[in-house]
Design a protein around this ligand. Structure first.
Ligand code: PMP
Length: 459
């Protein structure tokens, strides 16, 4: 495509190195430029309106025009635009946010360390795991097991946790000491006739076998998203986490729950730990913590871990990690206001009120001739597109069928996200209203029908 010489499209192609983008294809097709947002909608530079069916990148729980968040940022900027929390310093915004977050978090969690992104938060969790075992005199106990298909970030350590090939290829990753076990994907992974419970037992046994093969004295932690997000929206099979947690306990392996997508109402509870009965030693939050309005994330830990960190820092002279922007006052003020709004408007109650219909429409897409499986929970879901429904056979990846589906849905006014295996995900702002759930799935369905037309498949 040729762009007007000084158009925003041409300048974007000329100067902007994009994250997670096929750079070569970008020079051809240029950007989709989003200019403004309103409620659950965003508008591009031609004025076309889209329902943001993925809440940006699974983050804008309160949509795109929450005045109270803009006001909280403005007021904090005028009062104190910057402060840090190194060397015993603190400020009201970060204190209030920490208190609020701990009051909402699962009982096992007692302290929060702030970062600017989910990647940094998981990177910090890796550092804390190392510190913890060093202070406890177990220098060999350092390996971390994540799951194939997982997404935990893109710093060198958090990308090593991530179990997706595209985050590793050409980056010399994963680093040593990061392992990946099977994640649940019943559609492809369960044996014919195998019950959810038996499948879960098998996966837990695989984890147990891996820990034993590596040597339990060398395995420090296990990390999992309660519902795998970027890896294809994979809710866990019944009894999975119960069995996984028993294995971890048996081998004295810490459990890190990555709630970066699931946290703050997404699954119909404040945290998915509640939805699935998780008792993590460490918890990672980001994204909806500030409704995506400013960068902020948290690496949260149990009191047991905190006590060990305290001991270590006394010996070392300091807990030697922290960012210039750790607990940034403006981000903290916006996050605090976000959490206040979630509570005042009973966002969990709202999610519960609309998620039934969301899941009903999602499951109905499972009947579409191109859809092998529809899966989801709460206000998150996805469909996996297949060439052969009976044989559960995916399309050749090179055909990029999932990306084409998302493109057609975009043309139909709904923004969705194509993931690996031609899986297309929806994860709208939590404030979505019932009529907008219909609008989302009407657009999703029209997009899939058009794709079927292009592929010559009858609908
Ligand atoms: N963990 C999970 C589960 C995520 O989905 C993401 C981002 N999609 C991250 C961590 C990394 O967060 P960030 O992009 O803020 O670094």
């Amino acid at each position: 495509m040729t762009f007007q010489p000084n158009s925003p499209h041409a300048r974007d192609v000329r100067y902007h190195l994009h994250p997670y983008t096929n750079l070569k294809a970008h020079e051809e097709q240029g950007p989709l430029i989003i200019e403004r947002g309103e409620g659950v909608y965003v508008f591009d530079d031609s004025g076309k309106r889209y329902l943001e069916g993925l809440a940006g990148l699974w983050c804008t729980g309160l949509g795109f025009s929450e005045e109270r968040l803009a006001k909280a940022a403005y007021e904090q900027m005028r009062k104190l635009p910057y402060a840090h929390s190194f060397a015993h310093r603190s400020h009201p915004a970060v204190i209030d946010l920490a208190e609020k977050l701990i009051s909402l978090a699962p009982d096992s969690i007692s302290k929060v360390f702030f970062t600017n992104s989910g990647s940094e938060a998981n990177d910090t969790q890796v550092k804390i795991v190392r510190y913890y075992n060093n202070v406890r005199g177990r220098p060999e106990k350092k390996k971390i097991i994540a799951r194939k298909g997982s997404y935990h970030g893109i710093t060198l350590a958090s990308a090593s946790l991530t179990g997706l090939a595209y985050a590793h290829k050409f980056f010399d990753l994963p680093l040593d000491g990061f392992l990946h076990t099977e994640a649940p994907h019943p559609y492809h992974g369960a044996e014919p006739g195998e019950s959810e419970e038996d499948y879960a037992s098998r996966l837990a046994q695989m984890l147990d076998d891996m820990i034993v093969a590596e040597g339990p004295d060398t395995v420090a932690a296990f990390i999992a998203e309660p519902v795998m997000g970027a890896g294809g929206v994979m809710p866990p099979p019944a009894t999975y986490f119960e069995k996984i947690q028993a294995v971890l306990k048996k081998h004295d392996v810490l459990f890190i729950a990555d709630e970066v997508i699931c946290g703050f109402g997404r699954t119909g509870n404040m945290f998915a730990c509640e939805t699935y009965g998780l008792k993590p030693d460490m918890l990672t939050v980001a994204k909806q913590l500030s409704s995506g309005y400013l960068p902020i994330a948290g690496a949260m830990v149990s009191d047991e871990i905190y006590q060990v960190l305290k001991e270590g820092s006394a010996e070392a002279g300091t807990f030697g990690t922290g960012y210039t922007y750790t607990g940034h006052p403006v981000s903290a003020a916006v996050a605090l206001e976000t959490l206040n709004i979630y509570q005042e408007r009973d966002i969990v109650g709202h999610v519960r009120a609309v998620m039934g219909r969301f899941q009903e429409r999602l499951m109905a897409l499972g009947e579409h001739p191109l859809v092998g499986e529809a899966r989801g929970v709460g206000l998150i879901g996805a469909v996996e597109l297949v060439e052969d429904k009976a044989g559960k056979r995916n399309f050749d990846a090179a055909r990029k069928i999932g990306a084409r589906a998302a493109q057609l849905c975009q043309e139909e006014g709904v923004l969705l996200r194509p993931l690996a295996n031609d899986t297309v995900a929806a994860c709208p702002p939590l404030i979505i209203e019932p009529a907008q759930v219909e609008e989302l799935f009407d657009g999703f369905t029209r997009g899939l029908d058009r794709l079927a037309g292009e592929l010559g498949v009858a609908v």
